[in-house]
Design a protein around this ligand. Structure first.
Ligand code: SF4
Length: 453
């Protein structure tokens, strides 16, 4: 088994949405649980804060206390850009952490290195009230440490009642926002069950710039029912006009977590409602692999021609705006995670929390007593699986893998097949021989990845 390592990144799952989009199988709670008198938002935020503390206690025990990372840079670490000023408000709170304990004793194992990135995902984390975001950020900084130039991302929806207080989020330390735009076509957005319009996306990006958020991502979907090639190109061009820094382009996937056995007691997914199941069945009939491939090619060409770097199969960035948090996953580095359905990895073991809200809250905030970590499960990663994961994740990136990895006996057959099928190409990068996916390889990557497993 690999040696466990302390996290370099932290993911917080805040699962509330105003409404549940029928294609979405993230861990999401909508409707009365998210808004109104019976909402469970406050309890969840409190429970997430409690879990942050508990997971930090365990990390202190294993790896020593964290280095605070010192005060964060006055520009809050977000890549600066030509769209607007960087935030000059500097560190938000005095540092309460550090490698010494309350009695001033130095932890001999420490200090543990501070986090490189924090990511608020969901759900719609932009629904979180500013004071809760501040509290969670304060806990993260105090208990985990935050590098001076740490990337802090918040996912947001563009609608007027969903994008939240972007200036307040920036003041709390967020320096990157990821908007779930999905399409710049009103008809497609309605078909997807989205609550915002294309104009809302433009307004949201403008507000993010005005708030001083130095890095803006737009998520867009292709292979959407009813979407033509020309419609997809129009969406891409409209998105580019907003001058985002990062684009995540995903084919609409319509999975069935129930059939995949992911929705049990400690499963990390929620059961699919009958309405969503019917929507997905109808939508699947309007999807088309050939059209999706053509849409992907079109995006690759268009973005490459505009100076964007397709640094990962589904992700493009302007120089310097690659997502550092997501690179942690693809580079298979260790990360901590809290919230229902979230996944953590320490380099040796992958663990996850169950998706169910009530058991999550009940474990962390019992009527009496200190609480326990929420229900979930874990998987010890075998050396064989670790090697396969390392190759698969690295191949997602445009740098690919060192060519020598193809000589490993367990992977040699798959790499040879990838080369002979035109999915892999040999390149020299920075003086090193490497293998990386071709465009055809990006389109058919799963066929190669299945052979590597
Ligand atoms: S807003 Fe996003 S997270 Fe929420 S249901 Fe829709 S796709 Fe899922």
């Amino acid at each position: 088994m690999s040696t466990p390592l302390p996290p370099v990144a932290l993911y917080l799952h805040l699962p509330f949405c105003v409404a549940h989009c029928p294609y979405c199988d993230f861990v999401v709670y909508a409707g009365g649980e998210a808004r109104g008198p019976r909402a469970r938002t406050e309890r969840l935020y409190e429970a997430v804060g409690r879990e942050l503390e508990m997971r930090a206690d365990a990390l202190d025990e294993r790896f020593g206390r964290p280095d605070s990372g010192g005060p964060r840079r006055p520009d809050k670490g977000g890549p600066t850009d030509e769209h607007g000023p960087t935030d000059e408000r500097g560190p938000r709170r005095p540092d309460k952490g550090g490698p010494t304990d309350e009695r001033g004793r130095t932890d001999e194992r420490g200090p543990r290195r501070p986090l490189d990135s924090v990511y608020f995902g969901g759900g719609t984390p932009s629904l979180v009230p500013g004071e809760w975001l501040e509290r969670l950020m304060e806990t993260a900084q105090r208990r985990y440490g935050l590098a001076r130039d740490a990337e802090v991302t918040l996912e947001a929806n563009p609608g007027p009642d969903e994008r939240g207080d972007l200036a307040g989020f920036a003041a709390a330390g967020v320096n990157r926002v990821s908007f779930g735009a999905q399409s710049m076509n009103g008809g497609e957005l309605r078909r997807l069950g989205r609550r915002h319009s294309p104009e809302d996306v433009a307004t949201a990006v403008a507000e993010a710039r005005a708030a001083g958020l130095g890095s803006v991502n737009l998520d867009l979907l292709y292979d959407v029912p009813g979407q033509t090639i020309a419609g997809w190109e129009a969406t891409l061009r409209a998105a580019l006009e907003l001058r985002p820094d990062h684009l995540s382009l995903y084919a609409l996937t319509l999975d069935d977590p129930d059939a995949e056995g992911l929705t049990g007691e400690t499963g990390d997914h929620l059961p699919t409602s009958s309405g969503a199941r019917r929507w997905r069945e109808a939508a699947r009939r309007e999807q088309d692999d050939d059209r999706a491939a053509e849409q992907y090619r079109l995006a690759s060409d268009l973005l490459a021609g505009s100076g964007w770097r397709g640094y990962e199969i589904s992700n493009w960035a302007r120089p310097g705006h690659e997502s550092r948090h997501n690179l942690t996953y693809w580079e298979r580095r260790p990360y901590e995670a809290v919230g229902p359905g979230s996944h953590a990895f320490d380099g040796a073991v992958r663990r996850w929390n169950g998706a169910a809200l009530q058991p999550y809250i009940a474990a962390l905030l019992p009527a009496a007593g200190p609480g326990v970590v929420p229900p979930g499960d874990r998987e010890v990663i075998s050396p064989e699986t670790a090697a396969a994961e390392r190759s698969i994740l690295a191949l997602r990136l445009d740098r690919g893998v060192p060519a020598a990895w193809a000589d490993e006996p367990s992977a040699a057959g798959a790499f040879a097949w990838g080369r002979s099928s035109g999915l892999l190409e040999a390149v020299e990068l920075d003086g090193e021989a490497r293998l990386r996916l071709t465009l055809r390889g990006r389109l058919l990557s799963n066929e190669l990845f299945e052979r590597l497993l």
